[in-house]
Design a protein around this ligand. Structure first.
Ligand SMILES: [Zn+2]
Length: 486
């Protein structure tokens, strides 16, 4: 018999229920959930008394060792997944970002290679950064042979990875026919480009120029455009890092009209506001440069409301860390400061403290936002995102009373800075288990290089069928018409 572990005496919380139960893990999977389960002989016993037992977190938005803005993000797949484990997260979804003209398959191979050292499980979205017959074909190969069911599109970063509307439409249509979901980074890249130039020419060269060049309208416009194009094409859409009321309203309108649009916000945007850019310390301000930028407190309130009301389904991090010497690339020009912040290790504690601890969220809603919804949206549920017989034993024993002071002195990221420095939070992972293996216990990390596996994510045959039926703007292909006529 494979190695067994009995997690005893905890309160099991999934997105669907909360109950006192034991969890029996055999090998890499959950074998049973129930009251007073007998321990098989030789089983390890973990005491979860007074704690919650939850599905391990899923962060569907991270960037490990990403070549970006003239450098490479500091956390790699090993340090990144170690951060994840220390914070209760057991699965990450990273982004393969091919350079324009680069083969999607070749880029995918490269990212797969980099990810081999991960200690926790991972999957990939693939970005469409250019368009051709080759890209069209390779999207199909990725879906069919490599377990990719999601394609990302950058509407910003002009002259780099930004795509225009024609590419969006072509790629969205292709994804729809494949039964894949589309993701967008929603900022109007042309507006950003112009505002950056104007801001710089006015003599504003420091990090304070960053938010000035990316106001909420820039994000709201792009989010709305993406939602409307996705609705017309008939493809499900996931809007990453929604940071402002304007973008959230675009998502809410699309949802009200019956479209499959999902909203993600970052935990950072829920708790940090734009006053950070007025910090006289260049280093501290530069470490907060990310896109979209931090917003004023009224936008934060709107995001909390969106999360509570269901416009925002997922809380991710966009974990993409750059050390001080990397941020220094933009010492004389805010446009050259590598964009990104960390948060993977802190995500669950910060959301628990500010969400559950304040009564904004129930523990079940917390599990939905940190794990279950991402599993459903990206089609790995119930293997991930829940605790049930047969599910991967990706579990976190969550101690709601444990307190932690966040900061770069204690985090596992390679970054030399934490945007959460000094924040005191209640609620932390006591034990994190990845497919039956304990990676984190009582403050000690036991990262195991290469333990993580790539999680293949099948396409959505049901979405493809129903979107094809209800789509009125773009004719389905002949094959679909035959196959799916009601
Ligand atoms: Zn990102």
């Amino acid at each position: 018999m494979a190695e067994a572990t009995l997690i005893r005496g905890g309160t099991v919380v999934t997105a669907d229920e909360e109950r006192c139960a034991d969890v029996l893990v055999v090998g890499e999977a959950v074998a049973a959930v129930g009251v007073d389960l007998p321990a098989p002989s030789g089983a390890a016993i973990l005491d979860a008394g007074g704690a919650y037992v939850m599905p391990g977190g899923i962060d569907p938005h991270v960037h490990m060792e990403l070549p970006f803005m003239g450098t490479v993000s500091a956390d790699d797949f090993l340090s990144g997944t170690a951060c994840a484990a220390a914070g209760g997260t057991t699965t990450i979804i990273d982004f393969v970002i091919p350079a324009p003209q680069q083969s999607l398959l070749e880029a995918h191979r490269l990212w797969r290679e980099r990810a081999r050292k991960a200690t926790a499980d991972y999957a990939f979205h693939v970005a469409v950064t250019w368009w051709s017959e080759q890209v069209f074909e390779e999207m199909g190969v990725l879906c069919r042979d490599h377990g990719v069911n999601s394609f990302k599109h950058f509407m910003a970063y002009r002259n780099a990875i930004m795509v225009d509307d024609a590419t969006l439409i072509a790629s969205f249509s292709r994804a729809r026919d494949l039964g894949a979901i589309c993701l967008v980074h929603a900022e109007n890249g042309d507006l950003v480009h112009r505002l950056q130039q104007e801001t710089f020419d006015r003599g504003i060269h420091g990090p304070e120029g960053h938010p000035i060049s990316r106001p909420p309208e820039v994000e709201g416009e792009a989010a709305n455009r993406a939602c409307q194009i996705a609705a017309m094409v008939g493809v499900p859409l996931y809007v990453v890092h929604t940071s402002c009321r304007q973008a959230m309203e675009a998502i809410a309108r699309a949802k009200l009209a019956g479209h499959r649009v999902f909203g993600e916000s970052l935990v950072q945007h829920l708790v940090i506001d734009d006053s950070v850019y007025r910090d006289p310390d260049w280093r501290r301000a530069a470490h907060h440069v990310m896109s979209p930028p931090f917003r004023s407190p009224d936008h934060q309130q709107a995001l909390w409301g969106g999360l509570q009301g269901g416009t925002i389904e997922v809380i991710g991090t966009d974990h993409c860390t750059f050390r001080t010497e990397q941020k220094a690339l933009g010492t004389h020009d805010f446009r050259r400061i590598p964009n990104g912040t960390g948060g993977l290790e802190e995500r669950m504690s910060v959301l628990w403290h500010h969400g559950v601890g304040t009564g904004r969220l129930t523990p079940r809603e917390f599990v939905a936002a940190t794990s279950a919804n991402a599993a459903r949206i990206f089609n790995i549920h119930p293997r991930k995102g829940t605790i049930a017989p047969g599910s991967d034993a990706d579990l976190v024993v969550w101690d709601p009373s444990a307190t932690r002071t966040l900061g770069s002195g204690s985090h596992h990221s390679r970054n030399d800075f934490s945007i959460f420095e000094g924040m005191r939070v209640a609620g932390a992972a006591a034990i994190t288990m990845s497919r039956g293996r304990v990676l984190w216990r009582d403050g000690a990390l036991d990262a195991c290089e290469g333990h993580g596996r790539c999680v293949e994510r099948p396409c959505f045959t049901d979405y493809a069928r129903s979107q094809t039926r209800r789509n009125t703007h773009f004719a389905p292909t002949a094959v679909e018409r035959e196959e799916f006529v009601p």
